[in-house]
Design a protein around this ligand. Structure first.
Ligand code: MN
Length: 335
């Protein structure tokens, strides 16, 4: 089989300063679903080591599995639990580390810049620094911040900066705000990746769509992991109900599904399922799906075997495996 160039687009890392900030927060009585998730990470030294490592076990894992590149992003919930000042400082440090890592291994790593939405004006400055000065490849946000979503007008400077830099924004999951997350305690805990992440991130995407954001920023690109957090499956009903709920008088210039097709891309992170890949390929088209692993939370071997065994047309598979990521994140194609 010919080698399929693989750029994995949702690959997590942590910085020492971020880990220290979570350690301090974990020692308090503060109750938050993401902090509880971090309390469990912090109890597993190997998990923390895998996240902080950028060049040893990670590169060996990539080599062993034939993964050409990781598009790195600071692991969830990024800096979004911390005070504005601390979050801004940890984000800038993480972006510096990322840029240095990319500089050392330009053919193996690309990076999504982190910013602190707690201070939208400062976040806009950091976005411009990270993209225009550091040369990072896009942006990442971990869904809500203090129960607020990016459709709120106060966050407009973030989209203005993203649009002026031409940077795509990856909306990575985090847990629902505490007041909503409490309803996910069932026979087992449905927080996190089993169900809560997709509820939270799909909601965030829907909020952006109905806010009219994409009429204001028609070139903006949003990336969703996990084959689109349910959105591609739901398009018919979203359009039908948007029309019904607004009596055909909604303020959007186009159908909600038109924005999903034109302004969103989805990745295969953590969803090694051919039926779902074929469905997303059919609904969104071959230009709007990208390969991802979700390292180190899910295994590289399984994700690579999955994408290599796809029966999609080879030209489309090449786009999904690397071509779309090169275009959207301005990653240099292989020579
Ligand atoms: Mn992830």
């Amino acid at each position: 089989m010919t080698k399929l160039r693989l750029i994995a687009t949702e690959e997590a890392f942590a910085t020492p300063r971020q880990v220290e900030a979570f350690r301090r927060a974990a020692d308090t009585l503060w109750h938050d679903p993401d902090l509880d998730m971090w309390r469990s990470f912090l109890s597993i030294p190997r998990r923390i080591a895998q996240l902080v490592d950028l060049e040893e076990e990670r590169l060996a894992d990539m080599d062993a599995n034939g993964v050409d590149m990781h598009l790195l992003s600071l692991t969830a919930p990024g800096v979004q639990l911390f005070s504005a000042a601390e979050a801004t400082a940890i984000a800038a440090d993480a972006n510096d580390i990322l840029a240095e890592t990319v500089r050392r291994h330009p053919t193996r790593f690309a990076g999504l810049a982190t910013f602190a939405p707690q201070d939208p004006a400062r976040a806009a400055q950091e976005i411009e620094r990270a993209i225009n000065t550091l040369g990072l490849h896009g942006l990442v946000i971990n869904s809500h911040t203090d129960s607020e979503y990016l459709d709120a007008p106060k966050f407009r400077p973030i989209f203005e900066a993203a649009a002026s830099c031409g940077a795509a924004l990856y909306i990575h999951p985090r847990n629902l705000p505490l007041e909503a997350a409490k309803f996910l305690k069932a026979e087992i805990n449905l927080w996190g990746a089993i169900w809560g992440f997709q509820m939270e991130t799909g909601l965030h995407a829907m909020r952006l769509i109905v806010s009219g954001l994409f009429d204001e920023f028609p070139g903006l690109k949003i990336v969703l992991g996990h084959m689109g957090e349910g959105l591609p499956y739901w398009l018919y009903r979203i359009d039908y109900m948007y029309r019904a709920f607004t009596r055909g008088q909604g303020k959007l210039k186009r159908r909600p599904s038109d924005y999903v097709r034109d302004n969103f891309l989805v990745t295969t992170s953590g969803m090694n399922d051919h039926a779902t890949l074929d469905f997303c390929h059919r609904v969104l088209g071959p230009d709007n799906v990208m390969f991802a692993i979700d390292y180190p939370y899910q295994g590289s071997k399984e994700a690579v075997e999955f994408i290599r065994s796809s029966t999609l047309p080879p030209a489309d598979l090449a786009k999904i495996a690397h071509g779309n990521a090169e275009r959207v994140f301005r990653i240099k194609p292989a020579v």
